[in-house]
Design a protein around this ligand. Structure first.
Ligand code: CA
Length: 241
């Protein structure tokens, strides 16, 4: 079996070396890049299973790299930020990052998150595979949830409203799918984080709230007075269909 391949993008040589060394010791196949342009070409050539991406890079920064790659591939992207600023986190989530680590971080923390994201992706793939194959060999797994004008199509990974496909980020899709599967149940923020993001990280509830806001803007008649995704005070959210 091929080794799991990680791409590390970091312009500080010492940190890059430390990360490479530690991750290789865990048995991962590691490729590296030290600027944004090389990060893009490396990701396209090497097709890594996960990417660790520094935000502040010469030339193209980490946000741009993330934004561009998200259009092309769906690998987990863990971003490294130098400062713990909310604005950075929100921008990162907008461009499609899966997770954040603020420098300085412990190697143990990084490894735990890398494992959590790889596990989440593997479970997702297994779920898709075990949901069956049609006679023609095509995958026909995946549920389709319909709520009036709203359709969540798992195998196509599409959310449609009034027949039109909504432009949603990968995490918005996964979040709505998780809510729809648990329709009518009040779900806590930490449970949502664990199931959708694969990790319960600092400032995580804010991540859930931001994504709920984005979803409401797309699927609610009046996002200020939602009727589909309701806030359950003191707990989290409930999807009513
Ligand atoms: Ca940097």
């Amino acid at each position: 079996m091929d080794k799991t391949k990680l791409l590390i993008v970091e312009d500080e040589p010492t940190l890059l070396e430390t990360l490479k060394y530690s991750l290789e010791r865990q048995g991962y196949d590691v490729v590296t890049a030290s600027d944004g342009v090389r990060a893009l070409s490396s990701a396209r050539e090497e097709k890594p299973d996960l990417m660790i991406l520094d935000v502040m890079l010469p030339g193209l920064d980490g946000f741009e790299v993330c934004r561009i790659l998200r259009q092309e591939m769906s690998l987990p992207i863990l971003m490294l930020t130098a400062k713990d600023e909310e604005v950075d986190k929100v921008v990162g989530l907008e461009v499609g990052a899966d997770d954040y680590l603020t420098k300085p971080f412990s190697m143990r923390e990084l490894l735990a998150r890398v494992r959590a994201h790889l596990r989440r992706v593997r479970l997702l793939r297994e779920e898709l595979e075990s949901s069956g194959q049609a006679d023609d060999g095509s995958l026909n797994g995946g549920a389709v949830f319909s709520f009036d004008d709203l359709v969540i199509d798992e195998s196509r990974r599409e959310i449609r409203r009034d027949g039109g496909v909504l432009a949603v980020k990968p995490k918005e899709f996964e979040l709505l799918l998780f809510l729809a599967r648990n329709r009518g149940i009040a779900l806590g923020r930490s449970l949502i984080l664990e199931r959708v993001w694969g990790w319960n990280f600092d400032g995580g509830s804010r991540t859930v709230d931001v994504h709920i806001r984005w979803l409401r803007e797309k699927i609610e008649e009046d996002p200020a007075r939602p009727s589909r995704i309701l806030t359950v005070r003191g707990i989290g959210y409930r999807f009513d269909g």
